[in-house]
Every structure is written in structure tokens, then in C-alpha cells.
Ligand binder design. Structure first.
Ligand code: GLU
Length: 300
């Protein structure tokens, strides 16, 4: 059974916004209150979206808010061997098939009327049951396939600490993209298990993904972590926090004259209900030690 070790796994594709930072803070407090490790992992597999300098900026933001982490920062771009090994196991079990669909084809097929209810944006299964002839014809057409995990449209229930038990129909997730890059769902399952992560605290937009990940972990014989999907931070208009809402990054808040300690306090205040639910009040706030820079952290 996995323990209480937690992690924050941002994609270094730009600045973290306050919602990401609040999630990181909650995950960190949750891990530390259990005396557990807290890990940081850079999810940098999508090379086209990675931005130079983004990792350093994200880590500096976490540190400025008083978060610390155990061991070196792990980068998914350096772990291809682990993902290849997992993919080979799924292939050996007959759970992988090539998918030749373009995005536009998936959109079209997904919007066509069909029998069973499918989650929005779900893969409609076009390539799941190609005959050998159909497959060969698509191979001849020359478009390199992505690889999908055959989930078989089963329903999976995720036990979430915040959302409770939620059931999702799982479509067949891409595990390797058609440009050869390993895909998020495979990497996250392999990494959380390999790194010994037992508690995943992340944004609630990933709750349906947890179902795919539970299923993939099961197929790989890996443990699944427990999940706490945290409500997203919203702007005054109720929409998910975004640039147009004004100062939404730590740097932007600092430019307005706020200190990291003030931003942190505001983030924690906005999550008070969740903190109570998690029972995190006992964790000392590191800024309490830092109000007088002349004093050593250890002195009373
Ligand atoms: N890298 C993902 C993101 O930044 C988070 C994945 C996860 O926490 O499982 O949205």
C-alpha cells in the first residue's frame, strides 16, 4: 500500500498561476502534516510546449511561498526508458493498438450519433477494431500512428478524498503520441508508482483522468495513489482563473507590492474549508520563522 508521500507535477510550459500554487501548497501541507516526503516532478514530455526558463521560475515560486521538496527535481524527459518498459509490458499483454486518426477525424466521429453515452471529448474507438486489411491500408497511407491503451470503455470508480466516489467511463487513452513522445497518462502512472507517491493532490480538472490512470495502473500491476482533486480557483466571474482576471501569477502579485507571505496567506485563506477537511491546521507555517531575518530559524 502506498504511503503518504505527495508530489507536485507541473508542466514547465509557462508561469504557474495562483490556482496551481494553491494546489501545490495544499499538497505540500498534506504531505508534511503526515511527516511524509514531498516531491517535485517536471512534466516536460510535450517538447513543443516547454518554455525555456519556465522550470526555474516555477521552482523559485514554490520556494518563495515556503515550499520545500525532497531529493532532486525529476524530469519526465529523462525517464523514457521507464515508459518504454511499461509500454512493452502492455504490448505483450495485447493491450495496445495503433491509432491513425487525426484530431479532426476524432472530433467528427465523436460528434456523430452513437448508441451508448460517451464522455465529452472521449475517443470514439475508430481504430480499436480495425481488421488486418484496414490497418494495412492505413499504414500504407504513411501517417505514423499514435498508440492507444485498450481500456474497452469500462466504467471505473475513483475514490476521491474531496469529490467522493465518482464513476467514469474510460475511453482508450493515447500512451505514445504519433510523434513518438510518451503521453501524459502513461508517464504519470509509471512515475507515481516508481517514485512511491501515495497521495496525489491536484486540480479537479484531472478527476476524469484519474479513472484512466487507475485502469492503466491496474493493467501494469502498479499501485494507484489516493487522490484529492482540489476545486479550481475561479475569477470573480466564476470562470476558471485566467490571464484576463488580472494579476494571477506570483510575479504579478509582487509587482502590485504584495509579499510572497501575503500571497501565501491569501491562498491558504481561500482554501480554508479544504484545509479543515484535510486536518492540516497542525502544520507550522514556515513564514512564522521568517518574520525577523536576524533570528535563526531554530531559536524559539
Ligand atoms: N502536469 C499536469 C499539469 O500540469 C499535472 C498532472 C498531475 O498532477 O497528475 O496539469
Amino acid at each position: 500500500m502506498p504511503g503518504a508521500d505527495g508530489r507536485f507535477a507541473p508542466s514547465p510550459t509557462g508561469s504557474l498561476h495562483l490556482g496551481n500554487l494553491r494546489t501545490a501548497l495544499l499538497g505540500w501541507r498534506f504531505a508534511r502534516s503526515a511527516g511524509a516526503r514531498f516531491l517535485v516532478r517536471m512534466e516536460d514530455l510535450d517538447r513543443a510546449r516547454v518554455r525555456a526558463g519556465s522550470e526555474a521560475e516555477q521552482l523559485a515560486d514554490l520556494a518563495a511561498l515556503g515550499l520545500d521538496w525532497d531529493g532532486p527535481v525529476v524530469r519526465q524527459s529523462e525517464r523514457a526508458e521507464l515508459y518504454a518498459e511499461a509500454l512493452a509490458r502492455l504490448e505483450a499483454d495485447g493491450l495496445i493498438y495503433p491509432c491513425f486518426c487525426t484530431r479532426a477525424e476524432i472530433r467528427e466521429a465523436a460528434s456523430a450519433p452513437h448508441g451508448g453515452a460517451r464522455p465529452e471529448g472521449a475517443y470514439p474507438g475508430t481504430c480499436a477494431h480495425l481488421s488486418a486489411r484496414e490497418r494495412a491500408a492505413r499504414e500504407r497511407a504513411g501517417r505514423p500512428p499514435a498508440l492507444r491503451f485498450r481500456a474497452g470503455e469500462v466504467a471505473v470508480t475513483v475514490e476521491d478524498r474531496i469529490a467522493g466516489a465518482r464513476t467514469f467511463r474510460v475511453d482508450d487513452p493515447v500512451v505514445r503520441r504519433n510523434d513518438g513522445a510518451f503521453a501524459y497518462h502513461l508517464a504519470v502512472v509509471v512515475d507515481d508508482a516508481e517514485q512511491g507517491v501515495g497521495e496525489v493532490v491536484r486540480g479537479e480538472d484531472l478527476l476524469p483522468s484519474a479513472a484512466r490512470q487507475v485502469l492503466l495502473a491496474r493493467a501494469l500491476g502498479l499501485p494507484s495513489p489516493r487522490y484529492a482533486h482540489v476545486p479550481l480557483m475561479r475569477g470573480p466571474d466564476g470562470a476558471r482563473l485566467a490571464k484576463r482576471h488580472g494579476a494571477v501569477t506570483l510575479a504579478e502579485r509582487r509587482a502590485l507590492g504584495q509579499t510572497p507571505a501575503q500571497v501565501r496567506a491569501a491562498l491558504l485563506a481561500s482554501a480554508r474549508g479544504l484545509i479543515e477537511r484535510f486536518g492540516l491546521e497542525s502544520v507550522p507555517d514556515p513564514f512564522a520563522f521568517r518574520t525577523d531575518p536576524g533570528r535563526s530559524r531554530r531559536s524559539p
